[in-house]
Design a protein around this ligand. Structure first.
Ligand SMILES: C[S@@+](CC[C@H](N)C(=O)[O-])C[C@H]1O[C@@H](n2cnc3c(N)ncnc32)[C@H](O)[C@@H]1O
Length: 282
């Protein structure tokens, strides 16, 4: 069925609406929707138009831009973000965390010091829980010390899944068997999904945070994972983010980025390469 005005298939995003939505998404969360993403916008949002009883994308734009549209804007961002993740993704980072990064931090924690790790853009929690199990391996008594892992994401649905902490991908071959034993508690009999062990949940706090907005956290981080997040941002937005990470990372602290990402821009001089897609704050 064709849209009467534009000659488009009903609920296909028209040029003007696509540009309006792309501007809105960029302003709200830094994600760049290039022309190639038009089909993605149509396919991910068409159902919302139907559910809301809206005739076309023009009406949807008007709604999300209206004072009543604040909640729908969050929903739209949630639908347009790519949340792909998995336990122990880019496994070399966890090897480095275990052997190089955590041992001195464990020493500090045992001497009464504070250790903070941030998984920024953590999606549904597999990344912060992979960090937590690595911490537990290095420091089995971590929960008795001042050691915390913060996971944040813009997408409230991903934070909800991460807090529920029950994963059907518990059997993922990527998870080293030793880590799998430490990572999960027993699931209901016959159910392949397994809950994260309470000892790990106690180390991890998951909360909604848009990286483009103010960061309420006080105190510096020793380690930041921000992987496969900035890939959706343009160069100026990436450069701003690197300099903000530099501000909140303790001297000597580590920054891990995704396999296709690099620290760039003016603040690159504040970081020294310290491994594959791994940096150290100078
Ligand atoms: C592809 S996932 C990466 C997850 C995990 N870091 C990993 O590497 O497996 C990207 C995540 O970044 C989040 N994201 C995108 N823009 C964001 C923003 N402005 N603030 C916070 N999170 C954002 C998305 O919601 C999504 O969950």
């Amino acid at each position: 069925m064709l849209h009467p005005a534009a000659g488009l298939a009903l609920n296909e995003v028209d040029d003007r609406s696509f540009r309006r939505l792309a501007e809105r998404v960029y302003a709200d969360c830094g994600i760049v929707l290039s022309d190639g993403k038009r089909n993605l916008v149509t396919s991910r949002l068409a159902r919302r138009l139907r559910d809301l009883g809206l005739a076309d994308f023009d009406a949807y734009c008007q709604f999300v831009e209206s004072p009543d549209g604040t909640e729908e804007r969050r929903r739209m961002i949630s639908l347009l973000t790519t949340n792909v993740t998995k336990f122990f993704r880019e496994a070399h980072h966890f090897a480095s965390l275990e052997t190089e990064v955590l041992p001195p931090l464990a020493k500090r924690a045992r001497a009464g010091g504070r250790v903070r790790i941030w998984s920024a853009g953590c999606s549904s929690g597999q990344e912060p829980y992979s960090i937590a199990v690595t911490v537990r391996k290095v420091m089995p008594e971590a929960a008795q010390h001042d050691v915390r892992i913060l996971g944040t994401d813009i997408d409230p649905e991903m934070i909800r899944v991460g807090r529920a902490a029950v994963y059907p991908d518990a059997g993922d071959a990527q998870i080293p068997p030793e880590m799998r034993r430490l990572m999960f508690g027993p699931g209901p009999a016959g159910d392949a999904a397994r809950p994260i062990a309470p000892e790990l949940r106690a180390l991890v706090t998951l909360t909604e945070l848009n990286l483009m907005q103010d960061w309420p956290m006080r105190g510096k981080f020793d380690v930041i994972f921000c992987r496969n997040v900035v890939i959706y941002f343009d160069a100026p937005t990436q450069a701003r983010l690197w300099s903000r990470f530099a501000e909140v990372l303790a001297p000597g602290g580590f920054l891990f980025v995704g396999h296709s990402e690099r620290v760039s821009g003016p603040s690159a001089s504040l970081f020294a390469p310290a491994g594959v897609t791994q940096y150290r704050r100078l």
